[in-house]
Design a protein around this ligand. Sequence first.
Ligand code: S6P
Ligand code: ZN
Length: 185
Amino acid sequence: MEDALIFLPKLIFTGKELIGENVERITRRMGDLRDVFEDKAAFEVMDPNLIAYHVSSIFPVKEGTPGGLFMGITYLMPGKVGDEYFMTKGHFHSNIDRAEFYWGVEGEGMLILMNEARDVWAERMYPGSLHYIPGGIAHRVANVGNSILTFAASWPSDAGHNYGIIAREGFARRLKEVNGKPELI
Ligand code: S6P
Ligand code: ZN
């Protein structure tokens, strides 16, 4: 009888990887990040097929459903375009008041945050760092190390993604390497 009540988990989180039937994986290549980096000359000589990041996500409910949660893991490659570190596109949530958790899994990164008044600040990411991103705050991550930066995220299923504002206007500051160290400029 007990067998009918006790099940194996449908998903495994190994600490670094999500494993399960419904894990959806997307890949972003340099060619998908055309508007992201400042140094266009450096960008143009890079291979547009070069992988910048993968995201593995689970969507237990339909996107837009109120009350559910999603989870994803991002694997961001090391590298720079000119003196700017490889980074994610970055977004506000479409339902702008929706929050999100990020946490560092491996590698060295910087979580870059911007409010609607366009004030920008950043938090260091490293294995075990935990970041609460309140609603109304745009977020993007840069890899400031020499190895893959892996971080996990969990966000509400009705958050949605607004990439448009960032694609058009960017963040008000850029994270660049200055004298070997990351600086918000
Ligand atoms: C989703 C969450 C992450 C990002 C991922 C890639 O709300 O913030 O899973 O989607 O890190 O970043 P971006 O900005 O390209 O979606
Ligand atoms: Zn988000």
